[in-house]
Design a protein around this ligand. Structure first.
Ligand code: NAP
Length: 219
């Protein structure tokens, strides 16, 4: 499948690598496609399976879209991408609505929205109603976003979204990237509960100085 990824930060690049390894082609949407470091990264890791283009072209060409933007720039990014380009597509939302102020003394980051709203719901509201947002991959560090099939124990990935078929498509992609335990938590409103897991994830990282942990639902 041709997948459009919006945002070429650590998450966008890691997911590009994971999706190529799963056999997909990626159009990496970015404000600056000709950036030297990005072009070098593509040459080294992506080869002919990745091309960097402005947000609008990436969104137009991607059959499924993945939002990997800094929350503060997300609305601008999707508007640059052209809201019509999201119509009738599955949109994977990896964002966390962090306020960018950094951790407090307990290592807690803060959200700029939350409790009565979430990034997932806000994105669904900004996009056309027939864009099917699925929250996924928000409660894991980018370095662990794709996993080798050889790993015995894999953590749980919590997802949510309003459209069953969209969640099935995202579950397939996650399985291809090595996630064996994908748990559907319900409608996009459950983003309010999934996104705060990232704060717990970061707090553990700040406390221990390690960043390879993940959540697992033991049944
Ligand atoms: N880092 C992690 O481990 C991790 C894990 C789970 C979830 N997340 C969430 O996933 C998202 C991406 O994470 P990241 O670490 O890759 O973020 P990042 O490096 O802070 O930003 C990602 C990209 O967002 C785009 N962007 C930033 N400001 C923008 C603006 N004003 N207008 C348009 N685009 C803008 C840029 O894309 P271009 O430079 O390509 O233009 C940037 O490279 C965030 O919402 C983050 O909270 C991160």
């Amino acid at each position: 499948m041709k997948i459009g990824i919006l945002g070429s930060g650590p998450v966008g690049l890691t997911l590009t690598e994971g999706l190529i390894m799963a056999g997909h082609d990626v159009i990496l949407g970015t404000r600056n496609p000709s950036k030297e470091s990005l072009q070098q990264w593509i040459k080294k890791k992506g080869g002919e399976h990745v091309i960097a283009l402005p947000f609008r072209e990436a969104a137009a060409q991607g059959e499924l879209l993945v939002i990997c933007t800094n929350w503060a720039g997300t609305q601008k990014a999707i508007e640059s991408a052209g809201l019509w380009n999201f119509k009738n597509k599955v949109v994977v939302d990896v964002t966390n609505p962090l306020d960018g102020k950094g951790p407090d003394q307990q290592g807690r980051l803060s959200f700029s929205i939350g409790h009565t709203n979430s990034a997932g719901e806000q994105l669904q509201a900004w996009l056309p109603p027939d864009a099917h947002v699925v929250k996924a991959l928000s409660c894991i560090g980018h370095e662990s976003m794709f996993r080798t099939q050889q790993e015995q124990e894999t953590p749980t990935m919590f997802i949510c979204g309003n459209k069953r078929a969209a969640k099935a498509a995202v579950t397939t992609l996650l399985n291809e990237m090595g996630w064996k335990d994908v748990v559907d938590m319900g409608t996009i409103e459950m983003s309010r509960n999934i996104e705060p897991l990232s704060i717990l994830w970061y707090a553990y990282g700040f406390r221990t100085g390690t960043w390879s942990h993940a959540f697992r639902l033991v049944k």
